[in-house]
Design a protein around this ligand. Structure first.
Ligand code: PAF
Length: 306
């Protein structure tokens, strides 16, 4: 997995492709339609990428699409706000949705197909199966949001098995999620290349996220503190000798002073296993999750690259 270092990895750029260049986007709602479309492309010998999303697309998602387009001949984007990964009903109901806007962005970025199933298509009556990746899931966001990582692993396993792509693309902003789905695909022998794409940031460092749309203007200003604190901590810890606990205590206080309340976690972890670290003495990453009002923001940053 590539590691982005401690500076803003990518900034939002202009969207390649214009409406004039946009070609028709194939819209698929049913798994059978998706399978039939994939079979057509496979018969033509074409390679296929999938970009799983929950919609409300921003430049971070479009960066995944751009990477997928470079690597594969056909790109499928999925939009499915997955109820299984939400542990709070209000979080699910307030999750931003904009299928019309999303469709236009995907067409402009020359995505070949949009798979946007209804909840009953993915979880029909009688559905029971769950996929769990316990060691990588039970910490960080998994601890703060019980059942979340299981919901993610389950839906990504289903999407991969429905589309059988050559490669699947995920943002490094959800680094723990990437480790979980990568492990899941390996453990279940799903023949797919799992690709992590560096976080896209605003000019002030805020990681792009669909949830940023829910911030008030004042909260949007406060939100920049998360990246500032992570950057400062990475600089303090990168020598590999500085003890993490006092530095992290400083970081939690700084987030609190900036208006984050509560801070779910601010931690230094092994970049591969997610085990807690006392010092950044091997590939290590900082992870943060904290609330501004009703909005929970997360971010992470490499301290020592793998
Ligand atoms: O990162 C997301 O948007 C979602 O967790 C994912 C990977 C699409 C699964 O629902």
């Amino acid at each position: 997995m590539s590691s982005p270092g401690t500076v803003p990895q990518t900034t939002p750029g202009t969207t390649p492709g214009t409406t004039a260049e946009a070609k028709d986007l194939i819209r698929l709602r049913r798994i059978a339609e998706l399978r039939s479309q994939v079979a057509t492309w496979r018969r033509a010998g074409e390679s296929i990428a999938i970009v799983p999303t929950m919609g409300a697309l921003h430049d971070g998602h479009l960066e995944l699409v751009r990477r997928a387009r470079v690597d594969c001949e056909r790109v499928i984007t999925t939009i499915f706000v997955n109820p299984m990964q939400f542990n709070r009903p209000d979080d699910l109901s307030s999750y931003p949705r904009d299928e019309a806007g999303d469709t236009a962005k995907l067409a402009e970025n020359r995505v070949d197909a949009l798979f946007a199933p209804a909840a009953e298509e993915i979880y029909p009556k009688g559905y029971q199966t769950r996929v769990s990746v316990p060691l990588l899931s039970d910490c960080l966001c998994g601890a703060a949001r019980p059942g979340h990582m299981e919901g993610v692993a389950t839906v990504v396993a289903k999407l991969l098995l429905q589309s059988l792509p050559d490669a699947a693309y995920f943002g490094e902003k959800d680094y723990q999620q990437f480790l979980v789905v990568q492990r899941m695909a390996r453990d279940l022998d799903i023949p797919v290349r799992m690709e992590a794409v560096p976080t896209v940031r605003e000019a002030d460092g805020l990681a792009l996220s669909s949830r940023n749309l829910l911030l008030t203007p004042a909260q949007r200003d406060q939100a920049t503190a998360m990246y500032r604190v992570l950057t400062e901590l990475a600089a303090r810890l990168k020598d590999g000798r500085t003890p993490a606990p006092p530095a992290l205590a400083w970081g939690r206080a700084a987030l609190g002073e900036a208006g984050f309340d509560p801070v779910d976690y601010l931690e230094l972890r092994d970049a591969d296993t997610l085990q807690p670290l006392e010092r950044a003495e091997r590939p290590a990453r900082l992870f943060a999750a904290a609330w501004l009002g009703q909005v929970r923001l997360i971010d992470n940053l490499a301290v020592v690259d793998g």
